[in-house]
Design a protein. Structure first.
Length: 305
């Protein structure tokens, strides 16, 4: 099938004179009504892009590293997507600015236009029914109350898309199936988060939970326990466990695993360290167990880096 370039598509490097040593942009797939793209900032980056989109679109956006922002002219309010967070939303139109910033920036996204995204209409979940009702009314809509953490399953599907081994018609069918899978993974996550009982968190406890997150970041090589972290920040186990999940969308130990795997990935990419050396640094007695954990998290082996 011949790939069709949408007239509204543009290259950041072509339009904003960004050099190749600053930004790596890759259009993975482009056909009638859909575009799949990835973008990496190769060094510290702070970029603002003005855009005007008149056609309705459904957007699946994953901020893997760095902070992404959008600021529509109509509201003047800036919306942020932190690292390792994703959103799924519908926009009837957009005029405003997009921003990217961070020591490292890596994003992955899928943009769909009508009637392409209509094939994804399903109302089996309450969050999907609400979402599609808003879309059909022509109103801006989000699948969740805010950005959600990227799960291991979502990471796996993204990596399968990035490493698609097919060409021609097989490539199109494969990528379309993966886009559908990723869409419903986002919807299932949004539904599960909406069912969780809400815990009121006092402002002082929010500060302590952010301190817990920082403590985990600074102690990724240590054999941490929930009681140790709770004692360090001055919260009891229950408030730490429930509050962390509600505020950050993942458990304390899911976040610890995320920090460890992201550290391992960057060390393997940026240095000449061996897989065994990284495994031992992170406390794995056997590099094989580290390799299994890495593949379970990213969907590919560390040797493939």
């Amino acid at each position: 099938m011949e790939e069709i370039v949408a007239p509204s598509s543009f290259s950041l490097k072509d339009n904003y004179l960004i050099s190749a040593d600053e930004l790596s942009e890759n259009i993975l797939f482009r056909s009638a009504g859909i575009e799949i793209f990835s973008l990496k900032g190769l060094k510290e980056l702070e970029l603002t892009i003005s855009d005007c989109q008149e056609e309705p679109s459904l957007n699946m956006y994953f901020s893997l590293q760095g902070i992404s922002s959008a600021k529509p002219i109509s509201s003047g309010q800036e919306y942020h997507v932190e690292p390792n967070r994703h959103i799924l939303g519908y926009m009837p139109n957009f005029e405003g600015d997009y921003s990217l910033r961070g020591n490292r920036v890596e994003t992955f996204g899928i943009c769909m236009q009508e009637p392409y995204f209509e094939r994804l209409i399903a109302t089996d979940l309450p969050c999907l029914e609400r979402f599609w009702n808003e879309v059909h009314a022509g109103r801006e809509a989000d699948i969740s109350r805010g950005p959600m953490p990227i799960t291991h399953q979502q990471h796996t599907v993204i990596n399968e898309i990035l490493a698609c081994p097919y060409v021609g018609q097989m490539r199109r069918l494969y990528l379309e199936s993966k886009v559908t899978e990723l869409f419903f993974l986002q919807a299932q996550q949004a539904e599960s988060m909406s069912e969780q009982p809400f815990l009121f968190i006092k402002p002082a406890d929010i500060e302590r939970l952010h301190a817990a997150k920082l403590f985990v970041q600074q102690h990724i090589f240590d054999p941490l326990t929930l009681k140790q972290i709770a004692r360090e920040i001055g919260l009891n186990d229950f408030k730490l466990k429930k509050g962390f999940k509600q505020l950050f969308g993942c458990t304390v130990f899911d976040y610890l695993m995320q920090c460890r795997m992201e550290y391992a990935r960057q060390i393997l990419l940026d240095t000449h360290s061996t897989i065994a050396e990284v495994a031992y640094t992170l406390g794995y007695a056997d590099p094989y167990n580290f390799t299994k954990a890495f593949k379970r998290y990213f969907g590919y082996l560390p040797s493939q880096l």
